[in-house]
Design a protein around this ligand. Structure first.
Ligand code: HAM
Length: 414
């Protein structure tokens, strides 16, 4: 029996796991620097946590959730995103007493999408959220943090920040009906998929990738025309703040995001190097969501970035570990070998041995693993209680007394 991996999932090893770990380190350093608390939530939750808040007409809920009944008939879903579980966890654990709450997490999400480059069914997200502040400074701080993290990991990338402002929930309601009216007038020019969204989810027609839809959307009423004075002022302050933080951005009036809970500012960092899955980081404000989920009536803002998409834009990471390999020429020297490896472990000197009593094979493995030193144990070494240590890059060789091995390597390596 040969078991395959599930479509849209992938295993991480070699360069991929090096990149994953490097991203994770940079994220936790930045989180500490900015005083974000780490919060990990379970990978499954009750389905109702997602179905309503993400939008009963959103793609994620309609087509992409991994939902199942467990043995007690509870309807459960593998988390497709992190924002709603974070809110649930903050409410469950009484973390909303001391506001604002700044939290972050990194972990796997699950969406049953059609797999393609940069799009998986299990993928990892970095997620940052601020609960309990409606000050535009919080918006600015979060976008700047996303920018800092991406710039640290991808200093030479072509990432461009796109922003839009959806306004308050009421404003958005009004704008949706203006849009529905406009799309109804132009229904014959729309794709079939967009036709089905006119009444239920007209905002999503704006970010359709279909050429016919793009043409119609280009002349649609713009959200900025329906913003209140307060919203306009807020948006201007965010833009001014981005300029003074020297973060380049473009305004994209078709940017509406795929989940239903957004209002206020929405933003995405996009690249031209990933084909159609071009968004690396996306987020926005979601006032009202925390209340919908049973919490207090406080506002929230956050973003999530796809680890796999970031990883695809990164250069290879050299594994700089100083490897010491062992080469033993005969089984007779096993006891001596155990003594030597004990010393290495006590001193925390990483070593590798291929369990072969064959000098040629061990040397060839050492060279393919880019080892720097090889410790050789043969007849002469065993009889006289020393080892031969060879520096593989300079080819220099040293005869080192058994009691002196770790001192010698410590001097050389560190
Ligand atoms: P999202 O736009 O659905 O937002 O996902 C955020 C990021 O996750 C995307 O920009 C992308 O990098 C990555 N991503 C999404 N789906 C996939 C996939 N199938 N394969 C690989 N990567 C993927 C959210 O999830 C919101 N919860 C973000 C947020 C946080 N808004 C406020 N707070």
């Amino acid at each position: 029996m040969k078991i395959r991996s599930v479509r849209g999932t992938h295993d991480l090893f070699g360069d991929e796991i090096n990149k994953y770990n490097s991203i994770k380190n940079i994220v936790s350093q930045n989180a500490k620097l900015n005083n974000y608390l780490e919060l990990q939530t379970p990978i499954f939750e009750f389905t109702e946590l997602f179905s309503k808040p993400l939008g009963e007409h959103s793609d994620v809920v309609l087509k992409e959730m991994y939902t199942f009944k467990d043995r007690s008939e509870d309807l459960l879903t593998l988390r497709p995103e992190y924002t709603t579980p974070m809110i649930r966890a903050a409410i469950t654990n009484n973390l909303l007493n001391d506001l604002p709450l700044k939290i972050y997490g990194l972990g796997p999400m699950f969406r049953r999408e059609r797999p393609q480059k940069g799009r998986y069914r299990q993928f990892n997200q970095i997620n940052f959220e601020i609960f309990g502040s409606n000050d535009f400074i919080a918006d600015l701080e979060l976008i700047s943090l996303g920018n800092d993290i991406l710039k640290t990991i991808l200093p030479l990338s072509d990432l461009e920040l796109n922003i839009n402002f959806l306004g308050s929930r009421n404003n958005l309601k009004k704008y949706k009906s203006t849009l529905s009216k406009y799309f109804k007038e132009n229904v014959s020019k729309l794709s079939d998929e967009s036709k089905s969204k006119i009444d239920l989810n007209p905002l999503r027609i704006l970010d359709s990738k279909n050429d016919k839809d793009i043409q119609v959307s280009n002349s649609s009423p713009k959200i900025t025309s329906s913003l209140s004075e307060e919203d306009k002022n807020n948006y201007e302050q965010i833009k001014e703040g981005l300029k003074s933080n020297k973060i380049h951005f473009v305004e994209n009036f078709n940017l509406v995001r795929g989940l239903d809970y957004y209002c206020g500012i929405v933003f995405e960092f996009k690249t031209k190097n990933l084909g159609s899955q071009d968004t690396v980081l996306g987020g926005g404000r979601y006032d009202g969501l925390i209340k919908t989920l049973g919490g207090p009536d406080i506002s929230g803002i956050g973003w999530a970035a796809g680890v796999e998409r970031i990883s695809m834009l990164m250069n290879k990471i050299e594994n700089k570990q100083n490897h010491v390999h062992l080469a033993i020429t005969d089984e007779k020297f096993k006891k001596y070998l155990i003594e030597v490896t004990n010393k290495l472990r006590e001193e925390k000197i990483p070593y590798y041995w291929d369990y072969k009593y064959n000098l040629k094979k061990s040397l060839s493995r050492a060279s393919s693993n880019n080892a720097q030193y090889i410790i050789l144990i043969g007849e002469n070494e065993f009889n006289n209680n020393f080892v031969t240590i060879k520096n593989l890059s300079s080819s220099e060789q040293y005869e080192i007394k058994s009691s002196n091995i770790t001192n010698f390597l410590n001097d050389q390596i560190r």
